[in-house]
Design a protein around this ligand. Structure first.
Ligand SMILES: Nc1ncnc2c1ncn2[C@@H]1O[C@H](COP(=O)(O)OP(=O)(O)O)[C@@H](O)[C@H]1O
Ligand SMILES: [Mg+2]
Length: 242
């Protein structure tokens, strides 16, 4: 099942602070939206709004035919949304296999879910580490395991917050290839936040730049990343320094 993501006039305020202002965009099913923007521009907040950690103050969000704004994180997993975190959130004392099985626990730990977990670990190249304890694998391997876990629930939309930060270039390439494969094969839609702009240009079908909580530019990844207003917004941060 594939689904189109659409945000219309999304606002997020925390107390007196306005963090997202009138954010609107769409991502077609099976496409990758790359999200860039300076530190503090609201990228993580947007991911948190998309997966139900935060309820938008105003605005609507739809995934396929479903309204998803205001749903709890748990409900949104059932609606087909999963995510990875800026700092991978794996259970350090559990094996990689058990980290994957955690997310289907509520649905029963069946032979089918164990088989699926093994298949997904194989898919991301961690098959031989299935029984390794998470604390013993590298940071990049944790990110791969977290990605495999995100796929356990057969999502329609996967949100990834800084998936390439601090990982070995080989793992980065693997991860990008696997993301692309699941889009093209399964029609999964992705929203990927990253400061690694050149990698993100290669991966994405479309780009969105956030600045001070507003959409500064959207469109073709190469055009957006070369847009003078985008470069200006980044001056002194990642893109400006690159
Ligand atoms: N729960 C919260 N309460 C108040 N302010 C928040 C909260 N979460 C994020 N912010 C603020 O929102 C702004 C955007 O943060 P964030 O979304 O993490 O930016 P980014 O991921 O683009 O670096 C920051 O100024 C941050 O301090
Ligand atoms: Mg962030």
């Amino acid at each position: 099942m594939t689904a189109h993501l659409k945000l219309q006039g999304v606002w997020k305020r925390f107390g007196g602070a306005t963090i997202l202002q009138d954010v609107s965009f769409e991502v077609a099913a099976g496409r990758v939206l790359g999200v860039i923007g300076p530190n503090g521009s609201g990228k993580t907040t947007m991911i948190n709004v998309l997966n139900g950690v935060h309820r938008p103050t105003k605005g609507t969000i739809t995934l396929g035919d479903d309204r998803i704004d205001g749903g709890s994180a748990h409900k949104l997993i059932r609606a087909g949304i999963s995510r990875t975190f800026q700092n991978p959130r794996v259970f350090q004392s559990l094996t990689l296999l058990d980290n994957l099985l955690m997310v289907t626990e509520g649905m029963g730990r069946s032979g089918a879910s164990t088989q699926r977990a093994h298949e997904l670990l194989d898919f991301v190249g961690l098959g031989e580490l299935a029984t390794a304890v998470a604390s013993e694998v590298s940071g990049g391997q944790k990110k791969l395991a977290e990605f495999a876990r995100a796929l356990m629930t057969s999502p329609r939309l996967v949100l990834m917050d800084e998936p390439f930060a601090g990982i070995h270039p080989n793992i980065k390439e693997d991860l990008m290839a696997r993301i692309r494969e699941t889009c093209d094969r399964d029609g999964i839609t992705y929203v990927v936040v990253s400061h690694e702009v050149s990698e993100l240009v290669d991966l994405s079908d479309e780009f969105l730049c956030l600045a001070e909580g507003k959409v500064l530019a959207t469109g073709d990844p190469r055009e957006v990343s070369a847009d003078p207003t985008v470069i200006e917004a980044y001056l002194g941060t990642a893109l400006g320094a690159a």
